[in-house]
Every structure is written in C-alpha cells, then in structure tokens.
Design a protein around this ligand. Structure first.
Ligand code: NDP
Length: 325
C-alpha cells in the first residue's frame, strides 16, 4: 500500500509591487507571496501573462494605483500601501471593485512630527546656513553670522490637526508655543484656537505647518493669499504633500520677501525641485524623508505586510483607509 500523499502546499497568492521597496519589506513579502516587482513597467508582455492571477498590489506612499491598472487585474482583492498617505491610489475605483485599501497610520507620527520641528528650528535659527557658514570659513573671514529668530514662545498654526498634526502640537507645547489650527471641522474637545480657513490661521501665526492629506480636495490649499496673510515674518513648513502648496506662488513669495522662509519636505513634481527654489537662501529643503528612519520604515513595512497576511488569512484588516472602514 502506498503512503497517503501529503496535500500539496497551498499556492502563495500573487502580489504586484508597484514601487521600489526596501529589502526589509520585500524579503518577508517574498516569503509569504509570489512577488512580481514592477513587472507592469519592466516587462509588459510577461505582466500580461501573470496579470490574471495577481490578487494584491503593494507599494510605498508615493505609489500610483490607477483604475487602468486595476482593470488589468481581474483577480485583485486588496491594495496595501506602506505609507499613511494614499493620494496616488484611486480609492473610488478600488471600492467600486470591492477591493479594500490599507495604509500605515500612527506608526510614523513621531517621525514626521520630529522632522516638522526640525525644519522649524532650522528655519528660525538658520542651522543649515550656519553649517555652510562655518564650512566656508566665513566665520573666521567675516565674523559672526547675522542674528536669527527665536522659535520658543512663538505662535504655531497647524493646517490639518490629525494624527501627525497633534504630535507636532505636543512637541511645540514643550517649546512654549501657542497653538492654533485649521481643518474642515473644529475639534471642540481641544483647547487650541480654531480658524475656519488657512488664510485666517496664517494671519494669526509665525509658523504655519501643513500636514493634511494630498489629493484633489487639498490641492493648492496654501495659495498666494494664504502666503500673503502669513506675512514677511512668517515661516511655512510643508511636510504633507507637494500638491497642497502652490509651488509657483511660494517661489515668488520667497523671492519677494512676502514670507520669511520655508521648510519643505515635499514638492509638486518629486524628485524634481525647481532650480528657483534650490537657489534661495531662505529655504530648508529635504527629500521627502519625514518618515525615513530605520525604526519607522520597519514599523511601516511590518504593518503593510501584516495587512496583506490578515487579508489572505480571512482576518480583519488592521488599518484600512477611512473610506473602506
Ligand atoms: P489624518 O487623517 O490623521 O489628519 C489629516 C488632517 O487633515 C485632519 O486633521 C483633517 O481634519 C485635515 N484635513 C483633511 N482634509 C482637509 C481639507 N480638505 N482641508 C483642510 N484640512 C483637511 O492624517 P495623518 O496626520 O496621519 O497624515 C496626514 C498626511 O501627512 C498624510 O495623508 C500624508 O499625505 C502626509 N505625510 C507625509 C509624510 C512625509 O514623508 N512628508 C509622511 C507621513 C504623512 P478635518 O477632517 O477636520 O478637515
């Protein structure tokens, strides 16, 4: 009598990766899934052969997942984004197909808030400029730098007092700053001053930190008028999405002294940063790195993977986007 044959191992679900992933996400992903890394971009013919079997999409916060891509994936059942922002995903198209979308909220709040504070301090105290000053031996040749501005005790306005905005507020309170905010809703339980528009908020503060989601609803929320209201002593910090600020208006405002300076982690056409912006001395520019530490990116990768694993185990998703809850 022959031995009863072991049941064949269950096939690993096929996942399409739509952006460059770090090894600490890609490797565990490959242990649990059959992974096609950006095959739709690198080899369309091979992609067409495997597309009917692809059951999930994953990628970083900058991922673009359009309805046209979903159209090519009839077996698609889930989209897992490794990032809290998911403005590149056509969520309405996913929902129309019954495909849930997940993201990675909360695990990056500290990191993004830390960078916002870092940009504020860098602007007020001109730390990057001071570093360049010493390196160029200007201290020895020209003497001390001109005086800077004090951040402690200044007035902070937060555009988008959500998870990250609140983490910025906690830090700013330790600097003795007063805090005001704007958003579509007043949060009655909070003691901070609410302003119904970004313009009204900008007129009342020294530092304006932008930390809303991106996408059509917030496109150019920070426009020429808001910048004029912020005024010649005001600093703008954008750690949200490049689309939220009218970049052309911002460059003009910086060139003409309409505002004092800007700290920017995000740009309208990343990774392209306009030469006119790069040429300015009253800006501090970082390459969309607010969540980019080993610790936080690992936590984001773990959550993105665990959402996929929960989905294919038939368990509740850990962090669906609000539209899919
Ligand atoms: P939350 O959803 O917790 O908070 C978003 C806030 O924005 C809410 O307070 C909301 O308030 C407000 N908001 C939403 N839509 C509008 C609108 N149309 N006008 C004015 N305010 C609005 O998100 P998180 O704090 O977790 O993240 C915020 C964003 O930060 C992400 O979506 C992402 O784009 C960006 N981000 C950037 C990173 C980077 O690397 N630079 C890293 C991580 C996040 P209300 O509902 O009252 O309007």
């Amino acid at each position: 009598m022959s031995e009863p044959s072991a049941s064949p191992p269950a096939a690993r679900p096929a996942v399409l990766v739509v952006s460059k992933l770090p090894a600490f996400y890609l490797e565990p992903l490959q242990q649990h899934f059959t992974v096609y890394e950006r095959l739709h971009e690198t080899d369309p013919a091979a992609f067409a052969r495997v597309a009917p079997g692809i059951r999930a999409i994953t990628g970083g916060g900058e991922s673009k997942v359009a309805a046209a891509l979903m159209d090519q994936l009839p077996a698609l059942t889930m989209i897992s984004i490794m990032g809290v922002g998911y403005d590149g995903v056509d969520v309405a198209a996913a929902m129309a197909r019954g495909v849930p979308v997940t993201h990675t909220p909360d695990v990056l709040n500290d990191e993004v808030a830390d960078l916002a504070i870092g940009l504020m301090l860098s602007l007020a105290r001109r730390i990057p400029q001071a570093d360049r000053y010493v390196r160029a031996n200007a201290w020895a040749e020209k003497g001390p730098m001109p005086l800077a501005r004090k951040m402690s005790g200044a007035r902070l306005g937060i555009v988008g007092l959500g998870r990250i905005g609140k983490a910025v507020a906690v830090r700013a309170q330790a600097f003795g700053m007063s805090i005001a905010y704007t958003g579509r809703h007043q949060q009655e339980q909070l003691a901070f001053d609410y302003h119904p528009t970004p313009k009204a908020l900008a007129a009342a503060v020294d530092f304006l930190v932008v930390i809303t989601p991106g996408g059509a609803a917030t496109r150019h929320l920070i426009d020429r008028e808001v910048l004029a209201a912020l005024g010649a002593r005001g600093f703008l910090i954008n750690v949200a999405r490049g689309s939220v600020v009218d970049e052309e208006a911002l460059v003009e405002a910086l060139q003409q002294g309409v505002i004092a300076g800007a700290g920017l982690d995000v740009f309208e056409n990343e990774p392209q940063v306009p030469a006119a912006l790069r040429a300015l001395d009253n800006v501090v520019l970082t390459p969309h790195m607010a969540s980019a530490t080993h610790e936080t990116r690992q936590a984001m990768a773990d959550l993105a993977l665990n959402n996929l694993r929960a989905h294919f185990a038939g368990e509740r998703l850990l962090s669906p986007v609000p539209e899919c809850r």
